[in-house]
Ligand binder design. Structure first.
Ligand SMILES: Nc1ncnc2c1ncn2[C@@H]1O[C@H](COP(=O)(O)OP(=O)(O)OP(=O)(O)O)[C@@H](O)[C@H]1O
Ligand SMILES: [Mg+2]
Length: 262
């Protein structure tokens, strides 16, 4: 089981939309996938139609009070399971902070679980704040996928998350952490700005960090789907939002088997 954190400390850049819809598209490609909702807002969970129930999240496993196995739920979709979020995860941050190993709690839970996990991928939906939950996600993950909204100062925001990733490596919490890639989101082909941002990101980073060829366009369907409790593949199966996340999943999977060139 490969663990991928969907992370960016900036709010509202498409982390949850990407976590949910990439997971659903991987599941559609017959890749057994576990979506773990680490955000107390639990938007990823509700986007899959999950109703909030106290005690359903990774909170107890993080505190050593329960196993992860007991929190994994089937979703309505084949090959897709969920560890839901819950508002109590906010309190969890405070409780975990009391422990000496507070930054690697999730790492311990997931690495202990991975040998028997019936999943190919675990996708972690991170909260936006640079708190203990996001740090735990970065310490636990094999790779980070960074959604980047096509807007002014996109590159400035990116340097912040990249330095956080460096800090996690250098502190020894997760020396092998690598970057899966940068995903351009909310792309609006009609505006020069989107095109300019996409071009800037590719020119500045392409030789250092993978920038996914797949781009997620801004489409109202992607913003409507969560209120129907459905991933885009179930809400608007053939629309441009579905097409773009399918393409991303295919690109993602093909890169897993591609030979390493650098
Ligand atoms: N490609 C898109 N087109 C249109 N709307 C989008 C798109 N992607 C995300 N949105 C909408 O933008 C808002 C923010 O997206 P999302 O919740 O995925 O971001 P986030 O990074 O997880 O936010 P947070 O930091 O609060 O967790 C949501 O209302 C979502 O529905
Ligand atoms: Mg989110």
């Amino acid at each position: 089981m490969k663990i991928i954190a969907i992370a960016n400390q900036k709010g509202g850049v498409g982390k949850t939309t990407t976590a949910v819809n990439l997971s659903a598209a991987l599941a559609e490609l017959q890749q057994p996938t576990l979506l773990i909702d680490l955000d107390p807002q639990a938007n990823a969970s509700s986007s899959l139609g999950n109703n909030p129930v106290p005690g359903q999240s990774i909170y107890q496993p993080l505190l050593g009070q329960s196993t992860l196995d007991s929190k994994v739920q089937a979703s309505p979709y084949p090959n897709l399971s969920l560890v839901p979020g819950e508002i109590d995860l906010a309190g969890c941050e405070i409780e975990i902070a009391r422990n000496a190993d507070h930054l690697v709690r999730l790492r311990k839970v997931l690495h202990e679980y991975r040998s028997r996990a019936p999943f190919k991928y675990a996708i972690l939906d991170c909260p936006p704040s640079l708190g203990i939950l996001m740090t735990n996600a970065l310490a636990a993950a094999d790779t980070v996928l960074i959604p980047l909204q096509c807007e002014y100062f996109a590159l400035e925001g990116l340097s912040k998350i990249l330095s956080v990733i460096d800090q996690i490596r250098e502190a020894g919490h997760n020396p092998g952490l690598s970057i899966e890639g940068i995903l351009l989101t909310m792309y609006d082909a009609r505006t020069n700005l989107s095109q300019q941002v996409a071009q800037d990101v590719r020119t500045n980073l392409a030789d250092k960090i993978h920038v996914f060829n797949s781009i997620i366009p801004r489409t109202v369907r992607l913003s409507e789907a969560p209120s129907h409790g459905k991933p885009i593949l179930a809400y608007d199966n053939s629309g441009i939002g579905s097409q773009s996340y399918r393409q991303l999943a295919q690109e993602f999977v093909s890169r897993q088997t591609a030979p390493v060139t650098a």
